[in-house]
Design a protein around this ligand. Sequence first.
Ligand code: ATP
Ligand code: MG
Length: 226
Amino acid sequence: MSLIYAEQLTKKYDDGDTVVTALDRATLSITSGEFIAVTGRSGSGKSTLFHQLGLIDTPTSGSLAVLGTNALALTERQKTAFRLKHIGYIFQDYALIPTLTAIENVALPLLMAGMSKHRAYAQAAQTLETVGLAERLKHLPSQLSGGQQQRVSIARAVSHAPALILADEPTANLDHESSLSILAIFRRLTEQGITVVMITHENEYAKLTDRVITLFDGAVTEDVKN
Ligand SMILES: Nc1ncnc2c1ncn2[C@@H]1O[C@H](COP(=O)(O)OP(=O)(O)OP(=O)(O)O)[C@@H](O)[C@H]1O
Ligand SMILES: [Mg+2]
């Protein structure tokens, strides 16, 4: 099934006197359960592409369908609801709330989506278990290693069972071993039918995915299966 279909997707930033074309007529199609790496040098438009695919931003032109929904026709409110239901976002710096424990960080979006406290905590605990953190539920982010913090952030991104995970350089701050364990978790998620799209600068990690999309100056210059 087609999960994402983007055609001629373009994003221009206009700061008054100069216009930057951060994303330049990108066309791509992504199906359910794919594990995809997005690469390209700094400034090539990778994060900009993610902001469009994740419905965080609005493209300047082009078309975008996510799960068959025309993303450009949604209001801000509908976009937020769509994101909460279908998309999980993972950041390079984990973006955990420092004053909340692991389980509280994972439960928070579930509570915000209206789940009961009892169910949200049960689901958060179960998801943390699947990323190997059953023994760390009550630890604060500062009491966890980088790799453990990134696993909490993955648990937070997947606990509401999204169809799509967007991970923007999830291993950039991690050592080799922790990075491989994150990639193994992503692989497992794709086997469950979840689509994972990951930005990485590491060729070695890109090779462990199914497909590599390369951007250059905002344009898709390569799209190859591994
Ligand atoms: N909000 C913004 N306003 C103006 N220009 C922007 C904005 N966001 C990004 N850009 C520009 O768009 C281009 C693409 O940026 P983007 O962040 O997508 O690159 P990237 O491939 O993710 O780079 P990196 O590997 O360094 O994270 C860059 O030239 C950047 O300066
Ligand atoms: Mg970026």
